[in-house]
Design a protein. Structure first.
Lengths: 341, 196
């Protein structure tokens, strides 16, 4: 009896040892997987940031709700040692200050690098903070400031959120603040494909990773088709459905779109339309999206460059047999205003 | 001093990866392949039928290009981070087509071009990626914002576009060739009702 008990204890001990061994192994295993949709969803979070801050929507709470409940924003450029904001109310207040408006654009975010870490993800982005004149007026627009965000993301039941976001003002020469984490050699992303697709499926309309990427590619092609226009507007017109409508000026149908594009300045090396913050959402019969635009007249041969126009596009996308296309695309010039969206 | 992500990791929450976004949800991936079907070829050509880049390839190539900005602006690790973005035979070509090739030369290029450890100058947008027989090709716009450059007012320094060839190496996607082409053809200032 006593012997048997001892034996039982020993085997239990072995089980515990074996279990500990497994969990230790798990902890030291390489970075965890994010799946492809995690990357896309974190990008979407990063792109929503500009709209939430620049519009001050929902009395600033659209901005606050991009953070986890304990999330923080730190401006290392505020005061001698920076300032940190935490809590929904304080974050919302941050989004109520300064120039705002339902159609105001200022925070242009790009160069989004995302890396998986145990328990979530970290990332960093560039932000150009432009002061766009009312009505998108380029002559009254300027580069206000800008720099880098260092982020920690957490996956919550509501989706990916900022656990922390820290802003570093760009500066030439030696860093003012402890420098943002440097990037090492890029590793191949260890992303799972659609391993958890079923966990996310529901009755709501949804988009696959392929849909997001195709729509992103559609929008990325737009400036090339318009500014370089190698074929009398055909490339440009082909980005739209046959019955598409562009505004403004209101232009309907591929022939008219091709004509409009051909009247715009263009050339094989010409770049003018810079897009950022591409937000995409599933809709009942396709998808909708929006981006920031800053159109810049790039100076040549040492001439200064100048902002021509700023604002945002609002799009409806349709999935056609040829792939995703613009069904409608509407440009809305930047404007400050007081009413929240 | 290089601050590694490890420091940040410790404050990341241990959120489980099983709860999903309310905003964006996933559909079932196509059964046959994860590769994305791209918009029909432009220039009036018929749609290419399926070509082999997966969504993950697109993401990796986008991450490569995003990292480029940090590597070139900071010249991190004596330019080695910049050099590591290229394949061993990879080259950066300037506007005239003159190539800088090989790890040492590329690292030296990054050391010459760095603007500081806390600088942001290369704002890269509009990234188009296409499959090619050797891997992938791509292009983006570059907007150069001069911010925090001494006493000079912040401004747009210039811009243009990149033309890239990517190759998939055992370590991931890398630049095989990357060329910067500055913008040409800006009209004299005008207020015409142009396509936007």
């Amino acid at each position: 009896m006593a012997k048997r008990k001892a034996a039982t204890i020993v085997s239990l001990g072995l089980i515990v040892l074996a279990f500990d061994g497994t969990s230790a192994q798990r902890q030291t295993s390489p970075t965890p997987l994010l799946d492809v949709l995690d990357y896309l969803e974190i990008e979407q979070l990063v792109y929503r940031y500009g709209y939430a801050l620049d519009t001050g929507a929902d009395n600033g709470f659209a901005y606050a709700d991009l953070y986890t409940a304990d999330g923080t924003f730190t401006g290392t450029n505020q005061g001698p040692s920076g300032r940190t904001y935490q809590g929904r109310e304080r974050l919302a207040a941050l989004a109520r200050g300064g120039k705002r408006g339902p159609n105001f654009v200022s925070h242009y975010v790009t160069n989004v690098v995302i890396e998986p870490v145990p328990g979530g993800a970290v990332g960093r982005t560039y932000v150009g903070i432009l002061d766009i004149g009312n009505g998108g007026n380029g002559a009254k627009s300027r580069v206000d400031h800008g720099g880098l965000y260092n982020d920690v993301y957490a996956n919550t039941p509501e989706g990916w959120r900022f656990k922390s976001r820290t802003y570093f003002e760009s500066t030439s020469g030696a860093p003012v603040q402890p420098p943002p984490a440097m990037l090492g050699t890029p590793q191949a992303l260890r992303a799972g494909a659609a391993s958890v697709a079923s966990a996310r499926s529901g009755s709501r309309p949804r988009l696959t990773a392929e849909d997001y990427i195709e729509i992103q590619q559609l929008v990325a092609r737009y400036p090339f088709a318009l500014d370089q226009n190698p074929d009398e507007g055909l490339s440009y017109a082909n980005l739209f459905t046959p019955d598409a409508v562009f505004r403004q000026p209101r232009t309907e149908g591929r022939q008219n779109l091709a004509t409009m594009a051909s009247r715009a300045p263009h050339g094989p090396r010409y770049t003018r339309h810079f897009l950022a913050n591409h937000v995409i959402e599933a809709a009942a019969d396709g998808a909708v999206g929006k981006q920031y635009l800053v159109a810049v007249d790039i100076g040549e041969r040492g001439q200064p460059s100048s902002i021509f126009l700023g604002g945002h596009y609002e799009d409806v996308y349709a999935k056609t047999p040829e792939g995703w296309r613009f069904r409608t695309r509407t440009f809305i010039a930047s404007a400050t205003g007081t009413e929240a969206k | 001093m290089i601050v590694r992500f490890a420091g940040i990791v410790s404050i990341a929450t241990a959120a489980l990866l099983t709860a999903w976004s309310a905003g964006i949800s996933a559909g079932q991936a196509p059964a046959a392949s994860g590769a994305a079907r791209m918009p029909a070829a432009l220039n009036g050509k018929p749609a290419a039928s399926f070509v082999g880049l997966t969504p993950l390839d697109y993401l990796e190539i986008r991450q490569l290009v995003a990292r480029y900005a940090y590597a070139v602006d900071t010249g991190a690790e004596n330019g080695d981070v910049y050099a590591s973005l290229f394949s061993p035979d990879g080259a950066f070509a300037d506007r005239t087509g003159r190539e800088t090739k090989g790890r040492d030369a590329l690292a030296a290029l990054a050391r010459r071009n760095t603007r500081g450890q806390q600088s942001a100058f290369h704002f890269i947008v509009n990234h188009v990626i296409e499959p090619s027989p050797e891997g992938a090709v791509g292009k983006q716009y570059l907007l150069q914002l001069r911010i925090g450059d001494g006493e000079r007012p912040n401004d747009v320094f210039g811009g243009g576009h990149y033309d890239d060839v990517y190759v998939k190496t055992p370590g991931g996607w890398r630049f095989k060739r990357r060329q910067f082409i500055p913008s040409e053809g800006s009209p004299s200032p005008r207020r015409a009702a142009e396509a936007r």
